[in-house]
Ligand binder design. Structure first.
Ligand code: HEC
Length: 107
């Protein structure tokens, strides 16, 4: 019985972020494939220099490019199951990681 409860709790905790579709979860599941390693010249999340001119375009432009794609960057990160709100959350998460705060990027 106890084991079953522990298992269910663990399964819930693991599944939780996926259901919530938090920006971080979406990033980890989908966007990190390219944005962690820099595959296909994707700007790596820890590469501040690569992001500086991109952030300068403003948050709305970044979200637009994530929604509709930009060169090798696939629309919705290649996963149409994500809504525009999901993509917005993922972009906000990425901006936060690069910048420390999404608030610093002009709208
Ligand atoms: C298949 C690889 C790949 C995946 C998956 C991917 N990206 Fe990208 N992304 C790229 C590449 C390549 C670029 C650079 C495009 C360019 O500037 O030519 C890019 C650029 C971007 C940019 C900057 C756009 C700009 O205006 O400079 C944002 C924001 C972004 N990606 C967000 C995301 C988000 C959010 C996800 C997940 C939902 C995601 N990406 C998934 C490859 C990927």
């Amino acid at each position: 019985m106890k084991i079953k409860i522990i298992f269910c709790t663990a399964a819930f905790l693991l599944a939780g972020p996926a259901f919530a579709h938090s920006g971080k979860a979406i990033y980890e599941q989908t966007c990190a494939t390219c944005h962690r390693s820099g595959v296909m010249d994707a700007p790596k999340l820890d590469d501040k220099e690569a992001w500086t001119p991109r952030l300068a375009q403003g948050r709305a432009k970044l979200i637009e490019h994530a929604d509709y794609g930009l060169n090798a960057m696939p629309a919705h990160g290649g996963n149409d199951a994500f809504s525009e709100k999901d993509i917005e959350a993922a972009v906000d998460y990425m901006i936060e990681q690069v910048n420390g705060s999404s608030a610093k990027v002009s709208k």
